[in-house]
Design a binder for this molecule. Structure first.
Ligand SMILES: C[S@@+](CC[C@H](N)C(=O)[O-])C[C@H]1O[C@@H](n2cnc3c(N)ncnc32)[C@H](O)[C@@H]1O
Length: 223
């Protein structure tokens, strides 16, 4: 039986790339973050480092992983890496046990990625791939600084790993992400999500509602 959903498409009062996007990205790129790291996320970072147990290999991050269904799947795709799912919602992280895979190379932690990305970056982690699946879109024009690429956190996000996969049901989010990432020397490819097996609960919900989901993949622009 085909799954049916009733999720509404993103509605925005923005009709194209935000006219302040480039200026915002450049402003954050050129300034140093003054944001103090929260005690909670510092504690979470220490817990993750303990779990990593002096791991010297590659790491895959699944930021804003929600219940961590994607983290469990991604772990099976990267058996030679340690895979870390991060989400700030205790409620969502607490539900992860329902979505566990048999893989032993991953774990899901509660943390605010605003702070976590900075700590991971300072710790010089070797991040092979970074997933950011269905981040909150904040679609109102006035909310651009809440979107990851329009926020101060973009600096750490860009410093962590050039290979980022962002998925969204709002095409403009990914077009803006690609434009922002260009300021950091990254090139992007944008495609429709092709698989029949949804990677996350949000992807399942959007597709069951007949919405198109998109994926953006960034890489160092060597051309
Ligand atoms: C739309 S949900 C997508 C969840 C999951 N990736 C999925 O596709 O099912 C966005 C997620 O981002 C998380 N989130 C938002 N801001 C965050 C932050 N600063 N740090 C960590 N997680 C955050 C929320 O708690 C929420 O689970």
């Amino acid at each position: 039986m085909t799954e049916q959903g009733n999720s509404r498409a993103v509605i925005s009062n923005q009709t194209g790339i935000h006219d302040k996007l480039d200026a915002l990205v450049m402003r954050y790129k050129q300034s140093e973050s003054q944001r103090p790291v929260s005690e909670h996320t510092r504690g979470a970072f220490l817990a993750v480092e303990e779990w990593l147990d002096d791991w010297q290999g590659d790491i895959v991050l699944d930021s804003c992983c929600g219940v961590g269904q994607s983290t469990a799947t991604i772990a099976t795709q990267y058996p030679d890496c340690k895979v870390i799912g991060l989400d700030k919602s205790a409620m969502r992280v607490g539900k992860h046990s329902h979505y566990q895979s048999g893989a032993a190379n991953y774990a899901v932690f509660r943390a605010d990625v605003n702070d976590f990305w900075r700590l991971a970056q300072q710790g010089r982690w070797s991040v092979k791939k970074h997933y950011l699946l269905y981040p909150n879109p904040y679609p109102k024009r006035s909310q651009i600084q809440k979107r990851w690429y329009g926020s101060a956190a973009m600096v750490d996000l860009m410093a962590l790993c050039p290979n980022i996969e962002v998925r969204s049901n709002w095409l403009l989010y990914l077009q803006e992400f690609a434009q922002a990432a260009k300021h950091y020397g990254l090139a992007s490819t944008l495609n429709e999500v092709a698989t029949d097996t949804p990677l996350t609960p949000f992807e399942r919900k959007y597709r069951a509602s007949g919405q198109t989901c998109w994926q953006l993949n960034t890489r160092l622009d060597e051309g």
